[in-house]
Ligand binder design. Structure first.
Ligand code: ADP
Length: 388
């Protein structure tokens, strides 16, 4: 703001004061406008910014104090100089306590007026500068925060890459050593098939890991998240049950399912909902010994739908509870009980639920079984309201 560009508004009901101020201030190369009452003054302030307002505190219509509040509302940095008669000095002091910058007692000469306005303009310049510096400081602080977040993300990404490379190396290294055993003649021909079968199993592990990694990456891919439709979660559950039945029968595990009627659909990617049920139910079957029981339920609970998968399996130790959702984490007990597993199934479940604002909780007791409870929010009623 330069002084030439400064704009001053005089709000006074006395024509003499208004015009006197206009004359005196115009010689300073300032833009000067006048208003004969509070309402007109406020209107002018709404139309364009003014740096300094000379305000008569005693005017008919809206009271000076009220006008002051309105001016501050429009632009808190406007400098207000009160014009006061001898009898209203007390009022002017009150106005200063309320945020006015200075006061001029009538009558005043043009030098006094110009000096007060010049000081007011300097005050405004300093306040605006301070405000600008605060904003710059705030922006710098935000940038610093964002930078720290990005660095953290970058670090997490590197850790994940290392972890992936490590997990992918293990099966390849195993396959290579099996093949070397044969190639270098350490294994008699009658054992070749056995060693090749072992290598093939490790290749299967590798493929499962790569598939899960791809799935996880797809779920976290923001662009694909737009592929959503209304999904009937109960129907997907029934389909998953059909798929899982042979696996359960093989281990003589009984499956029970309870679905509340009219569970509302969720707006989601169909494949994600399949994956959600599939991973939780296949884990329940996988980690439950022969002859056990797995029960699944689905219901609406207020603003969410709630799915529960309960088993009578090996359970999870309290110290492992927080870790089972981490990428690649498999408990020692799980590895001993079932060789196959990538440690990514629950990471996928968690990523899917995170996508849709869902939650998941686990309750478990070692040797007794586990209960996984998830929720998914739904946004609209099951059926549109009937037309009257
Ligand atoms: P994976 O089953 O391939 O090992 P997940 O990510 O699906 O990987 O599960 C991570 C770990 O959580 C499992 O290795 C196991 O230790 C534990 N877990 C998951 N579901 C169950 C369950 N129903 N019963 C017992 N442990 C489970």
């Amino acid at each position: 703001m330069t002084e030439q560009q400064a704009a001053i508004l005089v709000i006074d009901d006395e024509l003499g004061i208004r015009e006197g101020c206009r004359r005196a201030l115009s010689t300073q190369n300032w833009f000067v406008d006048v208003a004969s009452n509070g309402a007109e003054g406020v209107q002018k302030l709404r139309e364009r910014p003014f740096d300094v307002v000379l305000l008569d505190i005693m005017m008919p219509g809206i009271g000076g104090m009220e006008v002051m509040d309105l001016i501050k509302e429009i632009d808190p940095e406007t400098v207000i100089i009160i014009i006061t008669g001898y009898a209203t000095v007390d009022l002017a002091i009150r106005a200063i306590k309320q945020g006015a910058y200075d006061f001029l007692s009538k009558p005043f000469d043009s030098e006094t007026l110009a000096l007060a306005v010049r000081q007011g303009l300097e005050k405004r310049r300093l306040s605006l500068e301070t405000k600008r510096l605060c904003q710059i400081e705030e922006a710098a602080r935000r940038l610093e925060e964002e930078k720290a977040q990005l660095q953290k993300l970058d670090q997490l990404k590197s850790q994940f890459t290392l972890l992936v490379a490590h997990e992918l190396r293990a099966p390849v290294a195993a396959i290579q050593s099996f093949l070397k055993l044969i190639l270098e003649g350490y294994v008699p021909p009658e054992r070749h098939m056995e060693i090749i079968a072992k290598a093939e199993r490790r290749a299967q592990d590798q493929l499962a890991l790569i598939n899960d990694l791809l799935e996880l990456a797809r779920i976290k891919d923001r662009e694909r998240q737009s592929e959503r439709a209304w999904v009937d979660v109960a129907k997907v559950l029934r389909e998953t049950m059909e798929l899982m039945t042979p696996q359960a029968e093989q281990k003589q595990i009984t499956l029970a399912v309870e679905i509340q009627p009219d569970v509302p659909p969720v707006h989601a990617n169909y494949k994600h909902i399949c994956q959600l049920w599939n991973n939780l139910i296949s884990n329940a079957i996988k980690y439950t010994p022969q002859g056990g029981h797995v029960s699944i339920s689905l219901r609406q609970a207020g603003e969410v739908i709630q799915g529960v998968v309960q088993d009578t399996g090996i359970g999870i130790a309290p110290e492992d509870m927080d870790k089972i959702f981490q990428d690649f984490y498999r408990t020692k007990a799980a590895k001993e009980f079932e060789r196959m597993g990538t440690g990514l199934g629950l990471s996928i479940v968690k990523a899917i639920l995170d996508n849709y604002g869902g939650t998941i909780q686990v309750q478990s007791e070692v040797g007794k079984g586990s209960t996984f409870t998830f929720t998914l929010p739904f946004a609209v009623p099951i059926q549109p309201p009937a037309a009257d």
